[in-house]
Every structure is written in structure tokens, then in C-alpha cells.
Design a protein around this ligand. Structure first.
Ligand code: ADP
Length: 831
């Protein structure tokens, strides 16, 4: 806070303080109504406080006819500053009208808008000095006049004496008139000589005056009785840059600062009118082009006969003093206008001055009988009492403290800066000044900040704990990462030994990454990224459709994939069977980040399976041959038993025939599976009536299974193009399952539905039903529902049915409710 410190230097504050000892009054309005007047002013006026509130004329009626009331009016209306030096004023003091002399100033104090709000009236009674000066001057003048008179008298006396002598001589020498005349002539000549001498003496005195005037720094001018200048000394020429001739011709009034000109000319002219001394201050334009302040004073000159001769005016340069004065005034204004708390207190703590901002902050109307402690918020007074004595030792103090508004009781924070004010003469501390910016907002902000800091500290502690935890987690993580890299290594080794590779597809860029095992398997270049085109070239074309649909399903529906297909190595053409498993990895928002999985060489496994299938096929085929022979012999025996009417043999052979049928169906199933696996299951399509096939199949089944009620709903009478035998196997298998997995006596209902492009067959039972989790798996090879194993079967019937239907371009599915029954559906296209 260097600015306020600078403003209130001890010197300046001393000046502020000194002001209060000047007689001061504040007036308002055209009639100069007295707002306030300090004791010094009241003393000057010879009045008591009863005059406060009165106009100047009412308070001091003796001023009527004197220029002051008019001056006040002018200051008020025009916002001027009028000042005077050694100015005479007639005042009634102690009941007598007396003339006093004053240095005074009437200063218009303006608000921010430039409007005059009051007149600051200061005056110093200089009567004593002026009167003394006048007395000295008059005594001097009288002495000079006396001296002049004496000299003249002496000269005259001498002359008269001489004349008398001459006269005597004339009388005595009456007769000698001629002689006398001659003597007279001589005398006359002598007299003339004396007059010349006297004249010479006079010019000598003027010369002396000129020498003196020219040799001084003071600006001296002489005016005649009409007030016109007749002489300027060299200082004037030096100051104004005008020659004496120009000064005499044009005068100097035009060089006066326009703001001062009228005022000063007025002072001069009114003095001239009354032939009284004048004094005034004004700024004059110098030859350098700047203005200097001059203090002019001119006592009137009088001829020996007492007639008015004009003025000898002398001016001194008071610029330095004036600038200090102006600076002081500006400082005052600044203090008044400052929003900071500024005040001056005596050492007994009584307040001498408070600026308007301070008064407003405190909610005070005035400062009388107030102490600086009254400003301090009661809770902080102890602290203030401790600080204040320090002013005597330290000269300054600074303390953040709460002052308060007495009206509202609300405290406000200020940065309380105190400075000691010293008496210039003896350096004694006489008062102290207080300057304090309001820091309430900063304080509130600090408190808020402190709150935030505390919260931050708490948060920091939490953070530290979290950090510790994190560090632990980090350690754990490192351990896990180590373990993970171990596991990864193991996995890599496992993958390699398991004849596996890894692959992944970036869902966004569709970029494919494959381990070298996969690339080698497919015959792709190891040093280049794998491309879909090349991969598909290696894959058996029969499986392209299936692969693309799996890829599509994974990308769109994020479903896992598990596919098996044969490939041909692109380099050596070797055929291999592979299994590709895949899974889509999602981010937090459910967006796919990676589709990846394993690529397994299952050629060995596949060959094993094929060998197994071939074996099953071979066995089934081999079993079928003797079975066909047995079936033939049983049929022959049945015919013979019927002929012999051998009832026992008839029943036994029926049962044998039924078991042969069952076994044939089973063997056909295995045969078909083996054919399917080795790609030898051929579909031989013919045109046939679906109705007839349904009726035929039901009949066959019904014959062997009469335990249930088989219902064929109204048929759809449609001809289809399909493999009659195999579709018959499907229907037979579905009806058999219905019978197998439901209680005796329940119903099997068969429905046929005809649509535009396809026909749908439904086979509904009232049996044990299927759990939801099993439904989709029923159509897998060898799949059997857990717990149904008491019912005979191999889990190949639905697998074969599904293959057959799909190869016909139809669909097969099941709906079921556990314990209530199942419905198996399949469709076949009509075209
Ligand atoms: P299986 O020879 O075992 O019947 P399938 O392939 O025909 O073989 O059927 C597979 C499995 O589906 C069966 O083991 C059985 O658990 C279940 N299943 C098939 N049809 C039905 C049905 N109508 N009701 C209940 N479960 C059935």
C-alpha cells in the first residue's frame, strides 16, 4: 500500500493538521449561510456559536457595504477561489467597529459533477503585522517628508538669507542700481544654478531608485495616479520577455492567467478607486510559456502635498509555496473523496478528523467527543488497545482488525495502518493518522478459502490413504502381471502344443491378426498381415456361407461362434480340418472392441471321427444284412403260422417282427449318421403327396404303438418335391419321440398348415416336456436330456431330422413346457 503511505507523509499530514488551526468556516448558498466556524474564526468575527445557521449579512451586519458578501456570492455562483492578502475588513468586535487586516481565501468546494457544494472560508488575522508595517511606512514617509521639507527649508532659508543680504545690498546700493542689477543678475544666475543643482539632486534620487529597482529580483512597477504603468524594472522584462516599451504600451494584464485576470484586476481597480494599498495573487505567463504565481502588493504613493501619485507595486514569486498549497488542497480533496478509511486522532485517542468514507462506514454523523476505540468492533478492542501505544515507539503500525458500523452493529475488516504525526519544530509526536483499506471481501474470501483448504486437507488425507491402497494394489498388480505373464507363457506353450493358434478381428477396421501357427496352417505369408480374401481362398467353398453368417452374427449380435470346416493349404494344397472358436469383447459402453478366438487343427480328431463313422456305417451295414435275412425268415414263418393257425407262434413272430423293425430303424439311424458325417447322405427328391406320407407313417407307427391316441387333423392335401423316404423318417422320428416321452393313453396330435411358400407340420404330445435350456441343444448330435436316460435312445434322431430338413431348405424347431408336453415343428418349401 505505497500510495496512501505516500499521500500521508508526515509533512503533508502536518499540513492537514495545521489547517485546523487556521480560522475556518464553511458557508453555503448565495447568502453565505454559515454551516460551521471554528473557534479561531469566531474569535476573528467577535461572535459566538449563535451565528451558525445565519447568513453572513445577518451574522455580521457591519459587512454591508464591504466587498466580502459580494465575493462570497461570486464564489458560490461561479465556483471560484478568491483570496486576498493584508485585506482590510471592518468588523464590530467588543462592541466597536474596528478595521482588521486578513489573509483570506474563499474556496468553492465542488462535488464530482463539478457543482459547488460549499465554500471553505479560511482567514488569518494579519492586522498586527499590517498595522505595524503601515506605521513603519508612515513614519518613514513622514521622516522623509520632514527631511525633504527641512532641506528645502534650509535651502530656502539660505536663499532668503542671501536674498535678504542681496536686498540689503540693493537698498544699500540703491544708487548703484546698475551694479545691483548686475548683482541681481549674478544672483539670478546663482539661483538658476541652484535650481539646476536641485533638479540634479532629484534626478539623482530617481537614479538611486532605479538602480535599486533594477538590481533586485523583485518585480517592481510604478503606476501614475490614473493607475497606468509608467515604469517596469528589468525583472519584469526578464520574466515576461517583453521589452519595457512593450510593457508600458500594452501593460501586463493580458499576461495574467485568464482564471486569475478579472479577480486581480478587480482588486487593483478597487484599491485604485480608494487610493488604498492592494495585494493579490495571480499567475503570469512567462517568456518560457509557463505560468508563475506572483504575490503583488502595492502601497499608494503620495506627493509631498498629499495628493495621490499612484502605486509602486512589488511582486514576489510564490510559485513554490503555491504549488505546495495546491498539492495540499488536492490531497485534501483526495482524502475527502477516498473510499478508504482515513482519520486523524490525538494522542489521547480523541478523533480530530475522519473522511466521509470513514464516517459512512462507521455509521457516524460526526466526530465530536469520539475516540478511535469507538471505531473498533467491541470484540477487537483489546487488541486495539495493545497496538495503539506502539505508535509512540514505532511510529507506524499495521494490523488487520474489525471496525464496526455502530448503527447496524455489523463489523467490517480493515487493514489498519497507523502513522505518527510529528511537530516539525520539536519532532514530538502530536497525533497519529489512520489509513485503512476495507478488506472485508478479502477476509470473507480467505475464510471461504480456509474452508476449502480444510476440505482439501481432508480430501488429501483420503487421497493419501487411497494412494497407499493403490500402491498395494500396484504391488499386487505387479505380482499378478508376473503371474499373468507366466500364465500367458504357459498358455502360449499350451496353445502351441495343442496345435492351436489365435486370431482376432478389429471390429472397426476389420484388420485381421493371426498367430503364425494359423498363417502356416492356411499357407499365408508370415511377414504380412492376413487378408480376408486370402483366408477365404483357403476355406472350402461349401463352408463360405456358414462362415460369413457366423461372422455377421458375432459382429452384429455379439454372439460367440464355433465353426468347423475343411481348408486347403494355399502353398501345398494339403487338406486339413479346423475348428475356429470366437468371442466378441465389449467395452464399458457395450461397443465391440475385439472379435477373437482360437484356431484349432482338428484334422486328427476329424479323421478319427470319420474312421468311427465309417466303422459305424460298416457295422450298421453288416448288421443290416443278417437282419434283412432274419426279417425274411420271420415273415415266412409268420405266413406258415397263420396257415397252421398256430396262435402261439403267430404272437411270438409278431413280437419278433416288431423288434426287427425297431432294430432296423436303429441301424438305419446309425447308417444315416455315418453317411451324413462323411458327406454321403444323399437327398433324392421326388414329387409326392404329403398327406399320403403322413397317413402311411402314422399307420406304421400306430401298428407298432397302439398305446397312444394318434390324431391327424384335417390334412392340407399338398404335393411336395422332396426325399420321400427321408421326410418319412423325420415324421416317424418325431411321432416316435412323442410316444416315447409321454405317458400311455395320452394324445399325439398331428397338424399340417399350408402357407403361400411353405408347408408346416406340427407334432404335438402331452408328455414330459423339455426345459428351456435344453430346447436349442436337442438337435445336436448325440444330445440327450439329462434324466431321460431310462428311456432308450442314442440322441441321433433329431440331429438327423434337422440335417434332412435343412438340406431341403426348411426349418425345424421345438416349443415345450416342462410337464405339459411339446410341439415339434418343421417346414418344407413348396416350390
Ligand atoms: P433319442 O433317441 O434319445 O430320442 P433324439 O435325437 O430323437 O434322440 O432326441 C434327443 C433328445 O430329445 C431325447 O433324448 C429327449 O431327451 C429329447 N426329446 C425328443 N423328443 C422329445 C419329446 N417329444 N418330449 C420330450 N423330450 C423329447
Amino acid at each position: 500500500m505505497s500510495y496512501p503511505n505516500h499521500l500521508l507523509s508526515s509533512d503533508q499530514l502536518l499540513e492537514v493538521f495545521n489547517l485546523t488551526h487556521t480560522a475556518t468556516a464553511v458557508h453555503v448558498g448565495e447568502t453565505a449561510v454559515i454551516q460551521t466556524a471554528n473557534d479561531a474564526m469566531l474569535r476573528i468575527w467577535g461572535k459566538d456559536r449563535s451565528i451558525i445557521g445565519k447568513s453572513l449579512e445577518d451574522a455580521l451586519p457591519e459587512l454591508k457595504g464591504q466587498p466580502f458578501i459580494e465575493m462570497f456570492r461570486k464564489v458560490w455562483l461561479e465556483g471560484l477561489v478568491i483570496s486576498g492578502k493584508d485585506t482590510a475588513a471592518d468588523l464590530v468586535v467588543d462592541g466597536k467597529l474596528q478595521t482588521f487586516y486578513f489573509d483570506f481565501e474563499y474556496r468553492a468546494i465542488k462535488n464530482d459533477a463539478g457543482k459547488t457544494i460549499c465554500i471553505l472560508h479560511t482567514a488569518i488575522d494579519v492586522s498586527e503585522r499590517v498595522l505595524r508595517q503601515q506605521a513603519v511606512e508612515q513614519a518613514l514617509e513622514r521622516e522623509e517628508a520632514l527631511q525633504r521639507e527641512q532641506t528645502l527649508n534650509e535651502e530656502l532659508a539660505a536663499t532668503v538669507e542671501e536674498l535678504a543680504t542681496t536686498n540689503e545690498e540693493l537698498v544699500a546700493t540703491n544708487e548703484e542700481l546698475q551694479e545691483t542689477q548686475e548683482t541681481l543678475h549674478v544672483l539670478n544666475n546663482e539661483l538658476e544654478l541652484r535650481v539646476v543643482e536641485r533638479f540634479n539632486q532629484l534626478s539623482e534620487s530617481e537614479k538611486r531608485f532605479r538602480t535599486m529597482a533594477e538590481g533586485t529580483d523583485i518585480f517592481i512597477a510604478v503606476a501614475d495616479e490614473s493607475g497606468n504603468a509608467i515604469y517596469f524594472n528589468k525583472s519584469w522584462v526578464k520574466l515576461t520577455g517583453r521589452s519595457v516599451k512593450d510593457l508600458l504600451d500594452f501593460g501586463w494584464a493580458d499576461l495574467i492567467h485568464p482564471e486569475d485576470r478579472d479577480r486581480y484586476v478587480d482588486i487593483y481597480l478597487s484599491a485604485l478607486a480608494e487610493k488604498k494599498p492592494f495585494t493579490g495573487e495571480f499567475r503570469i505567463l512567462t517568456k518560457k510559456g509557463d505560468y508563475r504565481w506572483l504575490l503583488a502588493s502595492g502601497p499608494p504613493r503620495f506627493h509631498a502635498d498629499g495628493s495621490f501619485a499612484g502605486y509602486i507595486s512589488s511582486c514576489i514569486d510564490i510559485t513554490e509555496r503555491k504549488l505546495i498549497e495546491i498539492e495540499r488542497l488536492n490531497l485534501n480533496k483526495l482524502i475527502e473523496a477516498s473510499s478508504e478509511f482515513i482519520g486523524i486522532a490525538e494522542l489521547d485517542m480523541s478523533i480530530q478528523y475522519l473522511n466521509p468514507a470513514a464516517l459512512q462506514k462507521l455509521g457516524w454523523l460526526g466526530i465530536s467527543k469520539r475516540t478511535i476505540l469507538d471505531c473498533v468492533f467491541p470484540e477487537d478492542r483489546l487488541m486495539a488497545e495493545e497496538i495503539l501505544p506502539g505508535i509512540l515507539k514505532n511510529n507506524t503500525f499495521r494490523q488487520e482488525i474489525r471496525f464496526w458500523n455502530e448503527k447496524t452493529g455489523i463489523p467490517f475488516w480493515i487493514e489498519w495502518n497507523g502513522f505518527a504525526i510529528r511537530n516539525e519544530e520539536n519532532d514530538q509526536i502530536i497525533a497519529f493518522a489512520t489509513v485503512g483499506p476495507d478488506i472485508t471481501e478479502r477476509k470473507l474470501y480467505q475464510e471461504e478459502l480456509q474452508g476449502i483448504n480444510m476440505e482439501m486437507a481432508a480430501a488429501n488425507e483420503e487421497l493419501a490413504t487411497t494412494n497407499e491402497e493403490l500402491a498395494k494394489t500396484h504391488d499386487d498388480l505387479i505380482r499378478y502381471t508376473n503371474k499373468l505373464s507366466d500364465s500367458e507363457e504357459k498358455l502360449r506353450q499350451a496353445i502351441e502344443t495343442g496345435r492351436m493358434g489365435t486370431w482376432s478381428i478389429n471390429p472397426k477396421t476389420l484388420e485381421i491378426t493371426m498367430s503364425s501357427f494359423v498363417k502356416e496352417l492356411l499357407g499365408l505369408p508370415l511377414d504380412k498381415p492376413a487378408e480376408m480374401d486370402m483366408i477365404m481362398k483357403a476355406v472350402n467353398p461349401d463352408y463360405h456361407k456358414m462362415l460369413f453368417s457366423a461372422l455377421d452374427n458375432a459382429m452384429k449380435n455379439h454372439l460367440p461362434s464355433d465353426t468347423e470346416y475343411p481348408i486347403n493349404n494355399l502353398i501345398n494344397g494339403q487338406e486339413k480340418w479346423v475348428r475356429a472358436t470366437g468371442r466378441v469383447f465389449l467395452d464399458q459402453n457395450g461397443n465391440p472392441t475385439e472379435y477373437s478366438g482360437l484356431f484349432i487343427d482338428i484334422t486328427e480328431q476329424k479323421l478319427d471321427e470319420l474312421r468311427k463313422n465309417d466303422f459305424i456305417g460298416m457295422v450298421s451295414h453288416e448288421l443290416k444284412t443278417p437282419l434283412t435275412a432274419i426279417n425274411g425268415f420271420v415273415q415266412v414263418l409268420q405266413r406258415k403260422a397263420k396257415k397252421d393257425e398256430d396262435n402261439y407262434a403267430i404272437i411270438a413272430l409278431d413280437k419278433a417282427h416288431s423288434q426287427i423293425r425297431k432294430m432296423t430303424t436303429m441301424i438305419n439311424g446309425f447308417l444315416n449318421v455315418s453317411r451324413l458325417e462323411s458327406g454321403k447322405l444323399l437327398i433324392e427328391k421326388t414329387n409326392f403327396s404329403l398327406d399320403e406320407l403322413l397317413k402311411e407313417t402314422i399307420e406304421e407307427t400306430y401298428v407298432s404303438q397302439s398305446s397312444h391316441q394318434i390324431i391327424l387333423n384335417p390334412t392340407c392335401e399338398v404335393n411336395i418335391n422332396a426325399d420321400r423316404n427321408k421326410i418319412g423318417n423325420v415324421i416317424s422320428n418325431l411321432i416316435s419321440n412323442g410316444l416315447k416321452y409321454s405317458d400311455n393313453g395320452t394324445r399325439i396330435e398331428i397338424t399340417c398348415k399350408l402357407y403361400d411358400t411353405e408347408v408346416e407340420i406340427q407334432i404335438k404330445d402331452e408328455g414330459i416336456g423339455i426345459k428351456p435350456e435344453d430346447i436349442d441343444k436337442l438337435f445336436e448330435r448325440y444330445y440327450r436330456v439329462q434324466g431321460n436316460h431310462t428311456i432308450s435312445g442314442f440322441g441321433i434322431g433329431l440331429y438327423l431330422s434337422a440335417e434332412i430338413i435343412e438340406r431341403h431348405g426348411g426349418r425345424i424347431w421345438a416349443e415345450s413346457e416342462e410337464g405339459k408336453g411339446s410341439v415339434f415343428h418343421f417346414t418344407l418349401p413348396l416350390s
